[in-house]
Design a protein around this ligand. Sequence first.
Ligand SMILES: *Cc1c(COP(=O)(O)O)cnc(C)c1O
Length: 385
Amino acid sequence: MENIIYLDNAATTRVRAEAAEAMRPYFEAEFGNPSSIYELARNAKRAVETARGEVAAALGAQPTEIYFTGGGSESDNWAIKNIAESYPERGKHIITTEFEHHAVLHACQYMETRGYEATYLPVGTNGVVDPAAVEAAIRPDTALITIMLANNEIGTVQPIAEIAEIAKRRGVLLHTDAVQALGHVPINVKRLGADFLTVAAHKIYGPKGVGALYARKGTKLKPFIHGGAQERGRRAGTENVPGIVGFGVAARLVAEELEREAPREFALRERLVDAVLSAVPDSRLNGDRFKRLPGNANFAFKYIEGESILLLLERHGIFASSGSACTSGSLDPSHVLLAIGMPHGEAHGSLRVTIGRYNTEADIDKLVEVLPGIVRRLRDMSPLH
Ligand SMILES: *Cc1c(COP(=O)(O)O)cnc(C)c1O
């Protein structure tokens, strides 16, 4: 599999060598349980705390504001369900958007079965939430706003700092899912102003199954998993020490490399978008061209199915996506593309290309070389065309 061109970095990323190497000792010689009291355990404990410092630094947070979890989905669920657990005296209304990740959408839908009401804001055709619409949706009983920092399908970046100001002024808590944003746009929780923030390791060249929830000092956070006293009594269970170590290294390195890597990915993305839009008739870029993550391109091709494009791309060793990893395999069109107003028919013909640190100009040129022919061939067979 060494000759593949992997352009699906929003689905997951390859664990970088530095992270894998840092993890290795914690599977083997340093296998101790951080809760035990002998030296072996103290090494594991220290490694977890070093990683907490690294994740905190990458976000501009304090280490005591970081809780390790089993990934982005858990962090999202925890932040949202915590409103009922920690703030029962507040109202029972949540504001979110129509195009959140399913970990947020389905958690909000769950809250609706528990006596909460949720408002799902539309996001407009450019895929960017209007802060004025958020403000207008706030009611006296609104307890939480949960809006993602960057969308996982179309990559659009949301004005979270502006929304945070509104939330603060109106006395509403704000959670943001920053899983896609981390490593691609600068994040500083103090400047952003969110009360809770979700990140995950496997989208930033760290391992799968580990993430974190940032909870601003002064917020209340009740345990989501009950049991032992790990994570200062908030998240029971023996720590995923190797995973956490890998997450720490990955978070430190993406933060260090951001200034160099973001413009590089942006240049590759622009090269791709220009080439595809000029070579393929009836093609379009979904979502705002510039208010988006540097490495994200999401194309609409009329008259054909995204899944068929993927199958033909795979024959050239190119891996991309037709939506989110969670919805592919199902025949439902992407809820994100429907949210930005694409008709059902067209929402099937999308191609998401997400560029990461291992991609080169040669990868983009190969895609640009084969894609127009694939689209032409599929359209020739399409009854819609
Ligand atoms: C991948 C992703 C998640 C889920 O993270 P997991 O670690 O896979 O559970 C949540 N939100 C966004 C925006 C994502 O891209």
